[in-house]
Design a protein around this ligand. Sequence first.
Ligand code: ADE
Ligand code: ZN
Length: 339
Amino acid sequence: MSELDPLISSLPKCELHVHIEGTLEPELMFALAARNKIALPFESVEAVRRAYQFSQLQDFLDIYYQGMSVLITEQDFFDLAWAYLLRAQADNVRHVEMFFDPQGHTGRGVAFETVVNGLHRACRAAAAELGISASLIMCFLRHLDEDDADRTLDQAQGHLDKIIGVGLDSSEAGRPPSLFKNVFRRARDSGLHLFAHAGEEGPPDYVWQALDVLGVERVDHGNRSLEDDTLVRRLARDRMPLTVCPLSNLKLQVVKDLRQHPLRHMMECDLVVTLNSDDPAYFGGYVNDNYRALQQSLGLTRDEIVVIARNGFTAAMMTPDDRRQALARFDDVLAGLSR
Ligand code: ADE
Ligand code: ZN
């Protein structure tokens, strides 16, 4: 327990990098498997947790796609998102932009509208009942081809009021962002915001492509940007936010030890970093756990924690009015804590 834990718990926060399918806790996985009469290749919740040992991104993805097979009905998607939103509320998360992977569901026969309607219903309920603004970002799976992403964007056309943007996730190695240039252009023409995972395992060139070929508004992870000084200056100049996920980086061995996590170095380079949980059910921690773990490993100061949490609101896709209000509340909470 650190003396900064109360600050971490009390600050209003944003979560800008969370895969809703990655919030599926083993208990809910078993409950949904029973409800949908699906056999799981695990005998118990503990056996599932024991299987969460990864040496790289692909190890995790294999088990993540297997886990989501229990999600069948609109109610399942609602229950998944609602469980996460309740957990986020406990961490004082006030604004969420959650990723979902429609191709992980349509590819096994679940209709696009089943997925999006269930998740969107939970987002609406979060605003009404939890005071959390929550929205959806539809990710394209980059291990599939651009035609598949195009068909997914076609399916989304009748649901654009429920989705704020598109992202790019799944296996990064050998799958550069430029492969998805046309579908991202179509998404932009449909009025959607653009995001992409880049520089998690892939090289700095993939971050350049996310910026210059896709035209993203945030970079998800971006760790390997630090290998390219020109890229770092570009990210800093443009105030391009990075959604950093420390416990994910540790679990997927992007970093060997949290004491070597590059977050402080990113801040010294003037990068706009935000802290996020990625796939908390698989990586052992929600948003506040990520703050606490990094605070302890890097010795983050009170001021650094405040900057990081504040960055979340700067990097969020909010209207200027909503941002002003959210930041005013943030400053009120901070002033109350200093008294
Ligand atoms: N899908 C879910 N989590 C992911 C991650 N960390 N990287 C790429 N794709 C993902
Ligand atoms: Zn991610």
